[in-house]
Design a protein around this ligand. Structure first.
Ligand code: NAD
Length: 259
């Protein structure tokens, strides 16, 4: 299926690894010119080299912290008129809410709620004027069902999701859609870090913990980031113009609800 987005411009945030990188890869294969960012220039450049080897769209890099105003300004300078925006940033650390003060909460809200909102604010009116825009916010399955040790993520992402629910129903009149893409367990560095914490708590090796986690998912396995990237590319497609304000779960059947 031709997604009809060759030649479009995309910003993919936090994309040197994991889910962001997979989204960038799927868009590049579709012929989209992508601007990717991450904090460490060396890792980012290595990823850009891999993405360019895929053929398709061009790849430019901006080494920055996307959760800072300065970082966002750098990305927007490199790609001032994106047609596609994939919002992503590192997730907040796990822990017990009794140990979190104002600073921890502000950091989580900055990264996982305000950063996507400010990037949307800077780009959505241009998308509306050009009558095409696709925004995908990488959030988490925690938006549907909280994850006990990830209270900072549960809270900050719920704030973003609530805000988007309203905005997404305004922008769609001009073919600008905004959706959440909610990962369950995908095999990335972030998941490995969380699995290690659980493995230590339960006295298991990382491999044993990964197997145990996989066995608890109806699909019987962890997600492959490439599967996530392809879903993202579809939400960014020309064909997806009637999908907005949705929270699209991709979790191997793990969420147990009927709806
Ligand atoms: P990852 O650790 O594999 O990759 C994160 C990427 O973000 C890296 O490229 C890193 O360099 C970049 N990054 C982090 N903070 C940044 C910042 N401030 N500025 C710029 N770049 C930054 O993580 P992932 O598994 O791909 O997760 C992506 C998002 O999805 C996170 O918010 C995570 O909490 C969420 N999530 C992941 C899973 C999963 O199973 N992997 C599940 C639920 C939610």
């Amino acid at each position: 299926m031709d997604l009809g987005i060759a030649g479009k411009k995309a910003i993919v945030c936090a994309a040197s690894k994991g889910l962001g990188k997979a989204c960038a890869a799927s868009l590049v294969r579709e012929g989209v010119d992508v601007t990717i960012c991450a904090r460490t220039a060396e890792t980012l450049e290595a990823t850009a080299t891999e993405l360019r080897a895929l053929g398709g769209g061009s790849v430019q890099t901006v080494a920055c912290d996307i959760t800072s105003e300065e970082g966002r300004a750098m990305v927007l300078k490199a790609c001032p008129e994106p047609d596609i925006l994939v919002n992503n940033a590192g997730g907040p650390p796990p822990g017990d809410f009794r140990n979190w003060g104002r600073d921890e909460w502000i950091k989580a809200v900055d990264a996982n709620m305000l950063t996507p909102i400010f990037l949307i604010k800077a780009t959505v009116d241009g998308m509306i004027a050009r009558k095409f825009g696709r925004v995908v916010n990488i959030t988490s399955s925690s938006v549907k069902a909280p994850i006990d040790i990830l209270g900072l993520s549960n809270g900050a992402r719920a704030g973003l999701t609530g805000f988007i629910a309203g905005l997404a129903r305004k922008t769609v009149l001009n073919n600008v859609t905004i959706n959440g893409l909610l990962p369950g367990a995908f095999y990335t560095d972030r998941l490995i870090t969380n699995l290690k914490i659980h493995a230590d708590q339960e006295g298991l090796t990382l491999e044993e913990m990964a197997k145990k986690r996989a066995a608890s998912i109806p699909a019987g396995r962890l997600g492959d980031p490439a599967e996530f990237g392809e879903y993202c590319a579809f939400l960014c497609s020309a064909q997806a113009g009637y999908i907005t304000g949705q929270n699209c779960l991709i979790d191997g059947g793990n969420y147990p609800g009927t709806l």
